[in-house]
Design a protein around this ligand. Sequence first.
Ligand code: SF4
Length: 376
Amino acid sequence: MKYLTYDLYKEFTCIGGDCPNTCCAFWKIFVDDDSADYYRSVPGPFGRKLKDNLITDDSSRTHIKLHDGVCPFLTDAKLCQIYQELGEDKLCTTCSLYPRFQWFYGDLAFTGLHLSCPEFARTLLLRDDTIQFDYGEDSLPPSDDAMDWPLFNTLVSGMTRSIELMQNRSLCLSDRMRLLLIFNDALTQHFDDGTDCAPLFPVFDSDNVSALAARLENIPKNHADKLSFFLNFGRHLDKFNSNTIVVLRPFLTLHSSYSVDEINSYLAQCDTPEYRLQWEQYSVYFLFCFYMKAYQTRNPRKCIALFAYMYCLGYYFSALLAAEKKRLPTLLERTELLSKLARAFEHSFDKQFDVLYAVSEESGFAETSALLALLC
Ligand code: SF4
């Protein structure tokens, strides 16, 4: 089996009680069957507490009963009581893995960390140099799924080219993002038409992208469409799950406190080199996590559209925070903001991203012209 990860993976350590936003609150903590059986067998008062706080839902999945949104096993010192009482090896799969994740496609496992963990967000989004990737291999057999290898290999190349585009610092951020969209638009068109996409790749290699970027000059770069996108998103907020709503509703409230002119002025001010660097790191993370979803949909363009929506929301929320604070948020405050945004969507991201895409598509925000307007 081959493994692909980024260099930050090995360096990650949970900061436990020092974490500004513990992962033990405000989302469902599913407990795998083996752990649930074990917890139900633990004797004594702690065993009773375990039994009292496990719930099995209609689809026979067990999860922990949260108290005011918080795991009842989180101590006042923000440490895990299950870990303390029973040992690390008795944590359920959810708790022992998070924030790590692994996705398997054929002979390749993608191994990473979720941005919803503020400590990982800090190491990723406060970093200056480009993210590097590591390959590893072990003797485990590949997953036995019947693979469409030509599609899989093309998508790995598509993801690699997309990341190269986003890490090309000779171009400004909006040109990179727009070329990312145009490249994946064309790639998706090839999949739809059943035509050979091999000639597309050299067009977007590092020798040619500057000339391509020059052709984007006539597309206006202003932030006006971010406001329309945000308002449209707000109108559909109730379609998202409760985690998403809890995190995002305060921004809608904040929005109503400021004039459009005030917000527009902060949108312009949020376009700083430091923020742009954070977006580069965020985009690489996003592509690594979600690009290969196109193996099921044959639609890599959808991943870029979703990135555009997250970028737009994150950008707009930064401007709202700036309006509230009467100053630009610090890089650390922005990191916390993007980590919160990830938390809102990445728990059951398939469903949440599908809702986000559907409501945006319905309102015309999936059109290429609309996406180009958002990506600036
Ligand atoms: S969110 Fe990250 S740093 Fe915080 S407690 Fe969870 S794993 Fe540790």
